[in-house]
Design a protein around this ligand. Structure first.
Ligand SMILES: Cc1cc2nc3c(=O)[nH]c(=O)nc-3n(C[C@H](O)[C@H](O)[C@H](O)COP(=O)(O)OP(=O)(O)OC[C@H]3O[C@@H](n4cnc5c(N)ncnc54)[C@H](O)[C@@H]3O)c2cc1C
Length: 382
């Protein structure tokens, strides 16, 4: 068996890439060690937030185009992706934080993102139960949430409808012959040749890259999520806050979902992580601090997933330096929202030549020390 492009990894990124390649007519093979969006990958664990505001500059046009795609993606993929566009609200809880909101609004507005600056009374029209500490906010009404697992499975199924082949429950090892990657070796020992192998293997990329002798500033981290019992409707947008590690949304089931870059404890065999009890308590109280009605709710579930993070918080997308191998990894806590456009851009990059919007994400880019420091500061370390 051979293919123009072999996509290794059927998380949200690999599934979207495979769909866009197959839709463009490329002979495509999608391989996953398990299944689309399987545990403990990032897509399986993801909070499913669709946030276009507050993005790093080069991601803004991609995120903006993605937010338009999300409006009709369920119809495009012929699947219920549980897309709910209830907005995203980023709040300041002190006057000292106001400039951060103002800068975000100005930068996003100049990039064409529909964003509003809300005063304290206006915030309360969007979230009546928000804590008195919320004084100002940046609001993007077109943002929202969707179901990551459903979306990855829908991309993978649509790829197959467009002629892609899929192999699940089989890991793939890139085959390196004569100084180039020529295909993959499957779990059953079969050699499959491919013109290009795309590594979309999330946290598993770290070990695979090491075996291939590719040195990238990338690591994996376990990130933990919490889910409350079912509650009455109380929250339309996703809420984040300048001074808190928090992302809070109400899922279609009525459960409140709490994320916000809280690290979980790594477990063997890597990549795998389990929630840390002390972090669960702080994560939950961070949510109660912004939505006091949650104090009456019980925690129903916690979990942790494994995510590949570049050291500057931006993904690595493009040729690896090893002929035949293309990378799409390191999506660093925010790959879900942009996934429809990442798939489209990578397919175009591979089939039609260098895609200008991906230039800032090339694996051989110099790392920005400023961004690396900011990314480190925004995460809760073990
Ligand atoms: C807790 C959490 C919350 C998040 N919340 C948000 C959010 O609200 N909004 C947002 O935009 N982003 C969010 N993200 C980020 C987003 O979910 C990720 O950026 C995205 O899911 C990354 O997808 P991926 O396909 O790169 O990786 P993964 O989903 O991890 O997929 C990698 C796939 O590769 C497969 N694989 C690995 N090795 C092999 C091999 N050798 N052979 C075959 N298959 C292999 C795995 O089985 C897996 O299916 C969150 C992430 C986490 C962890």
């Amino acid at each position: 068996m051979s293919a123009d492009v072999i996509v290794v990894g059927a998380g949200i990124i690999g599934s979207s890439i495979a769909y866009h390649l197959a839709r463009a007519g490329a002979s495509t093979l999608l391989v996953d060690r398990s299944a689309p969006a399987a545990a403990p990958g990032a897509t399986w664990a993801s909070a499913g937030g669709l946030r276009s505001q507050g993005r790093y500059g080069p991601e803004r046009p991609i995120s903006l185009a993605a937010s338009i795609r999300w409006q009709t993606l369920s119809q495009e993929l012929d699947a219920n992706l549980e897309v709910a566009l209830g907005g995203h609200l980023h709040v300041a809880e002190s006057e000292a934080e106001f400039p951060i909101i103002e800068e975000r609004v100005a930068a996003d507005r100049s990039a064409g993102i529909a964003i509003e600056s809300l005063k304290a009374d206006e915030l309360r029209k969007i979230v009546p139960g928000i804590a008195p500490s919320a004084l100002m906010g940046a609001y993007t009404p077109g943002d929202g949430q969707a179901h990551p697992g459903r979306t990855a499975r829908a991309f993978a199924a649509a790829a197959v409808r467009h002629g892609a082949r899929a192999i699940y429950d089989s890991h793939a090892l890139p085959l390196c012959e004569g100084g180039r990657v020529t295909g993959i070796l499957t779990a059953s020992g079969e050699k499959l040749s491919g013109g290009t192998v795309v590594l979309a293997t999330g946290a598993w990329s770290i070990a695979l890259l090491k075996d291939l002798g590719i040195d990238l500033p990338i690591r994996w981290r376990g990130l933990q999520m919490l889910l409350s019992e079912i509650a009455p409707a109380m929250l339309a947008p996703t809420v984040t806050a300048v001074g808190r590690n928090l992302s809070l949304k109400q899922s279609p089931s009525g459960q409140l979902m709490v994320g916000g870059r809280w690290f979980a404890r790594p477990q063997a065999p890597e990549p795998h992580a389990e929630p840390i009890d002390a972090h669960v308590a702080r994560q939950w109280s961070s949510a109660v601090g912004i939505l006091p009605a949650m104090a009456h709710l019980r925690l129903a579930q916690s979990w942790a997933g494994a995510e590949a993070q570049s050291l500057d918080g931006s993904p690595f997308i493009g040729p690896s330096g090893l002929p035949g191998l293309y990378l799409a990894t390191g999506f660093s806590n925010h790959g879900f929202q942009i996934s429809p456009e990442i798939g489209r851009l990578v397919a175009s990059d591979l089939l039609s030549g260098p895609e200008p919007l991906l230039k800032a994400f090339r694996p051989d880019r110099p790392l920005s020390a400023e961004r690396a420091a900011a990314f480190k500061a925004e995460t809760i370390l073990l």
